[in-house]
Design a protein around this ligand. Structure first.
Ligand code: C5P
Length: 336
């Protein structure tokens, strides 16, 4: 799901010139609508499979508690912007380059985890996280062959610099929103994951509707340009988003990065017998780095020494002790 996402985005966003293309805002609104409906059914499943009980939960936990619900506006806005940025980046960058540069979010996630969750990351963990980003970049560069760009409908409009700018902003939105959501899931009162997702989707949808109302005069062609790739992108991202919530709740954003990296390696290996995919040296180097970094992060490979197993002073200064919440007390043990 996460592995094929860049390719789906690339197909969906390059199929037509911008004037004739689908509206990315509409795509994100539909994506959020799908998440809203799925979250509602998942709330119902938690409530003895009763839609009436689920309506009660929506009323008690969401509508009657506007202050708590309002907190979700921050990640919802960032995720909304991120989803638009990633589509714009995909329209400009080859899928592999997009994937490689999007790895930058790994470091943003680590930094935000220190800042917002007071996570203690030792020097060796920082090295493991950086190595993982480098490793997965090698894996993806090995897979970098893309059909001739000239054949893409929007070829003349593509700009690497613009695309890189969008990816960079996407990294910040993704990293910050992910860690903020993690904080909401793991500290204070911990409501059901699906209630949180319902709130998130509700906000993201509402945020999207405003620009749409301003930019559009005619709503009859709202789904103009929605070809099968765009629909695939919408459903893949919606279901993938709910999986992200699951991983954030039961693991964390940094482990999610390692899980996605390993999934990419496994999917590429699976492509060998399935699609006669030829593996390059770059892939093997990348795979070894990813595996090594995962073992390093999970302490399966131990590096002795106080220096490597202590936190850099800069991180310590960012990690204000007063913000050390129950999160750190509950989540001090980390295993990959
Ligand atoms: O690239 P990244 O892993 O940050 O993407 C996360 C995606 O998952 C976002 O597009 C966001 O919309 C989605 N998400 C979600 N529900 C959550 C957390 C993330 O739908 N609780």
């Amino acid at each position: 799901m996460f592995v094929i996402q860049p390719l789906i985005f690339r197909f969906a966003t390059t199929a037509s010139i911008s004037d004739d293309s689908y509206n990315p805002t509409v795509a994100v609104i539909v994506m959020e609508f799908v998440k809203l409906v799925l979250s509602f059914f998942l709330i119902a499943a938690e409530e003895s499979y009763s839609p009436f009980n689920a309506l009660g939960v929506v009323n008690n936990k969401i509508i009657q508690r506007p202050r708590d619900t309002l907190k979700l506006a921050v990640p919802a806005t960032l995720y909304f912007i991120q989803n638009i940025l990633l589509q714009k980046a995909s329209a400009n960058l080859p899928a592999a380059l997009f994937q490689v540069t999007y790895q930058g979010k790994t470091l943003v996630v680590a930094f935000c985890s220190v800042l917002l969750l007071s996570k203690q990351l030792t020097r060796i963990k920082w090295i493991a996280i950086s190595l993982m980003a480098i490793g997965i970049a090698c894996v993806q560069l090995a897979d970098a062959r893309e059909g001739s760009q000239e054949n893409m409908a929007n070829a003349a409009e593509q700009s690497i610099i613009t695309g890189l700018g969008f990816v960079l902003m996407g990294c910040f939105c993704s990293g910050f929103a992910g860690v903020y959501f993690e904080k909401m899931m793991k500290t204070g009162e911990k409501p059901s994951m699906w209630v949180r997702n319902f709130q998130l989707a509700m906000f993201s949808m509402s945020i999207g509707i405003f620009p749409l109302l301003m930019e559009k005069e005619d709503f009859r062609d709202l789904f103009h340009g929605f070809n099968s790739y765009v629909w695939l992108m919408v459903f893949n991202s919606a279901i993938g988003g709910l999986c992200v919530a699951f991983v954030i709740k039961y693991a964390d954003n940094i482990l999610k990065g390692f899980a996605c990296a390993l999934a990419t390696v496994i999917a590429t290996l699976a492509a060998v017998p399935l699609f006669a995919f030829e593996l390059s040296i770059s892939f093997f180097v990348g795979m070894m780095i990813v595996i090594f970094s995962t073992l390093l992060y999970g302490n399966a490979i131990k590096v002795e020494g106080e220096y490597w197993n202590s936190e850099p002073p800069l991180c310590k200064s960012f990690r204000s002790e007063t913000t050390t919440t129950e999160y750190t007390k509950v989540n001090t043990k980390e295993e990959v």
